[in-house]
Design a protein around this ligand. Structure first.
Ligand code: ATP
Ligand code: MG
Length: 382
């Protein structure tokens, strides 16, 4: 008999012939998550198991953050032949539980000597007889469920903790996230990573106009994301020279837009280098001047890669709730400036004209500026 973690997967169930590919990725991601705790991980019979961890609760919390995991249960594994021992263990597990309960047996091993309704009845009676003062049976709306799964062994558990869901990272290809220090972009990255996409992050830094604290804040956000994303590579791109050039040579009301076009071009260059096939931003329609339909078109048109904006239809308050849920909100709210807030025009163009953009951009040595920025990017592994 031993205590272990039973891990259930969600959407992978729906996969057909390529399910083994997704399961292999899931097991690998759970192995990485359990490694710091010395946990052993294996797949058996539509469940992933983790045992022998040196800190059970901490390891469970870590595994709950693995995309592809639907829920986890701390379970007791026992020999299934000894039903008396199973009854005693069930009694022990329900000793401190108060209220209504039912037993829910699942017999994956159809050759087991008792069917599920019989297990429910026998185990339920055994537990009730010994705990009548604090437990009552309610088969329709129980407050507590004592689950028994009969597989190669018997597994008993009474608590199920929901996990993050989604698909295992690495099964959905790779994309580059434009990561600012704001609330939106970490949430956008999380949403895409949750669908199994491996992320590489790109941050534009305008030292000394933006401080070391601002850069550290973004790396802290990257670190939070890395827990879900199985690590994170961040390109910190020096952006000061480009911003200064734009500020000096381009029409003031177009500076933000031209700056954003440069961000996209550089991001595409880095994405190609990294084998990433799409860009991700935290933009949402109407949130700021650079996120009108016209402005979004003007930034989109400088790259040929798809640009995914998972927050495009979200209200700010919904994005904030999401950020709280994934644990990035507090860090995002630290008051350090972003390069977008340096040299902001008083009246940024919300309906930019192509010829005016061209007039401004023609004054810049685009290729040299981009090349230099990419070359001098600092790479941080989190
Ligand atoms: P956020 O909360 O993500 O900063 P925002 O409302 O401040 O969003 P903008 O500043 O216009 O909006 O930025 C829109 C998107 O552009 C961001 O979500 C992010 O993807 C990208 N972005 C902005 N600033 C940077 C930066 N310094 N480095 C990398 N990407 C950036
Ligand atoms: Mg921002």
């Amino acid at each position: 008999m031993r205590k272990l973690l039973m891990v259930r997967y969600g959407e992978i169930y729906l996969k057909g012939l390529n399910r083994p590919y997704f399961l292999k990725a899931l097991v690998n991601r759970v192995k990485e998550a359990a490694k710091p705790f010395g946990g052993k991980v294996w797949l058996h019979d539509a469940r992933v198991f983790v045992s022998d961890m040196n800190d059970f609760d901490a390891c469970m919390e870590r595994v709950r953050k693995v995309f592809g995991v639907h829920s986890v249960c701390p379970a007791i594994e026992m020999e299934k032949e000894n039903f008396d021992a199973i009854c005693e263990q069930a009694d022990l597990m329900m000793k401190d539980v108060h209220g209504t309960f039912k037993v829910e047996a699942r017999r994956a091993d159809k050759r087991y000597f008792m069917d599920s309704p019989t297990i429910n009845k026998k185990l339920g009676e055994y537990v009730l007889e010994r705990n009548e003062d604090h437990l009552k049976v309610d088969v329709h709306h129980p407050e507590h469920i004592l689950s028994v799964e009969i597989r190669d062994q018997a597994y008993l558990y009474c608590q199920v903790y929901m996990a993050v869901g989604g698909m295992p990272v690495g099964t959905g290809g790779k994309a580059a996230l434009l990561l600012s220090g704001g609330i939106d972009s970490p949430v956008a990255g999380y949403m895409i990573a949750k669908r199994g996409v491996q992320l590489v992050s790109i941050h534009y830094h305008s030292f000394p106009y933006t401080s070391e604290f601002a850069k550290q804040k973004v790396l802290d956000l990257g670190k939070i994301l890395s827990e879900y994303c199985c690590g994170m590579k961040v390109y910190v791109v020096p952006f000061t020279e480009i911003q200064m050039e734009i500020h000096e040579k381009c029409p003031e009301d177009y500076t933000t837009l031209i700056m954003r076009r440069y961000m996209m071009r550089i991001a595409e260059r880095i994405a190609k280098k990294e084998g990433a096939l799409a860009l991700i931003t935290g933009e949402s329609v109407g949130q700021v001047a650079s996120q009108t339909m016209e402005a979004l078109n003007a930034t989109n048109s400088v790259v040929s890669m798809p640009v995914f904006r998972p927050l495009i239809g979200f209200d700010k308050s919904d994005i904030m709730d999401y950020a709280r849920k994934i644990g990035t909100y507090e860090t995002s709210c630290l008051p350090y400036e972003d390069c977008c807030t340096v040299f902001t025009p008083k009246h940024p163009a919300t309906k930019p004209k192509a010829d005016k953009i061209k007039e401004g951009e023609d004054k810049l040595d685009q290729e040299a500026l981009i090349e230099k920025a990419v070359e001098n990017a600092e790479i941080v592994l989190l």
